[in-house]
Design a protein around this ligand. Sequence first.
Ligand SMILES: [Zn+2]
Length: 228
Amino acid sequence: MSESQPEAESKPASEKRHKASAVEQRPQTPAQAWAALQAGNDRFVSGHPAHPNQSVEYRGELVGGQAPFATFFGCADSRVAAEVIFDQGLGDLFVVRTAGHVLGATALGSLEFGAVVLNIPLIVVLGHDSCGAVKAAMSAHETGTMPPGFMRELVERVTPSVMAAYRAGSSRPDEVEAEHVRHTVKLISERSQLLAQRIASGHVGIVGLTYALAEGRARKVASIGDVE
Ligand SMILES: [Zn+2]
């Protein structure tokens, strides 16, 4: 990880100007960041992605620092790659992933780093259909059999979402997946005091999305803060 730091005195003025403008031009508010992501997802869904910020030149320009505009906390599923789905490039997204987007202390620390050190205005929780972690938790809940090793940890952290969905009369996998996204959004805002402060002051928003594998569309199922 590299922090955005003040430019060193020795750098040429043109480089300083470029970096300053890149930071100024990126989405500044939670609502602007969410709008930029929706536009990128539209391009991806329509089959006309722009593949921005992936040139050799741009790669070089980023060496001095990063200024991503959205933090992602998503499932590790290989089909749910944030930069591809939202048509973004290098330096655009700060991405944290675990299977089933299960939240732990180190993931929370990464989200805090994005908000506090990199000043990123939006956190996106990204779940999806056909999620193996959700399936495993539903299966464990129904059969009482836990998976071996540390995979048990994943199932234990998805189970509260399974139980909440079942209590609400929702037992379809897509309903449980949406509930797990809502649960994760709530958990982030409740467990991190640093993030709660930034949300309260309007500097940070959270959106929870479920991604449809076949269609390519990410839909909002939860939000906190001024994201619209
Ligand atoms: Zn998944």
